[in-house]
Design a protein around this ligand. Structure first.
Ligand code: FES
Ligand code: FES
Length: 163
């Protein structure tokens, strides 16, 4: 069958034999976007998190048939090195990653959270960002999420940049 969707701003049509193929397989192996990672394969760790119509989903356990006509965003489409997304900028500023394997999933989950809750409390973060990091970068991630919330607010962002 043929599935047509938008990924990182570009229309994409793929031919697939099994419509229940996980979206992660398509993103990595068909579209060659390797920033989204495979961890547990059971919707538990969050390494494979990306956005479908702005919602964070776990692409290892999300059939590709569900993206027909939708907008998919992966880490490659979130920001660019020249113009990083506020979450990516905060991750750089707080030097969050250790091995880095889990970080794409956390960044995508955080970007989706800030769209719903622009200024999350520690409790909001604990309730919503439930990905797993084997290196234990949680403390720096929490700091980065609070910074990203500030960078996401244009007036505060310019204050930070001018200070
Ligand atoms: S690889 Fe998808 S949640 Fe772990
Ligand atoms: S930075 Fe290594 S698993 Fe999270």
């Amino acid at each position: 069958m043929n599935i047509t969707f938008n990924i990182n701003g570009k229309q994409q049509s793929i031919e697939i034999t099994d419509e229940n193929t996980p979206l992660l397989w398509v993103v990595r192996d068909v579209l060659n976007l390797k920033g989204t990672k495979f961890g547990c394969g059971k919707a538990a760790c969050g390494a494979c998190t990306l956005h479908v119509d702005g919602q964070a989903i776990r692409s290892c356990s999300y059939a590709v048939k569900f993206v027909e006509g939708k907008n998919v965003t992966t880490i490659e489409g979130l920001g660019t090195p020249e113009n990083p997304h506020p979450v990516q900028q905060a991750w750089i500023d707080e030097i969050v990653p250790q091995c880095g394997y889990c970080q794409t999933g956390f960044i995508m989950a955080t970007a989706a959270l800030l769209n719903k809750v622009p200024n999350p409390t520690d409790e909001d973060i604990d309730n919503n960002i439930i990905n797993v990091c084997r290196c234990g970068t949680y403390y720096r991630m929490r700091k980065a999420i609070h910074l990203a919330a500030k960078l996401n607010t244009p007036e505060i962002s310019s204050e930070i940049q001018n200070s």
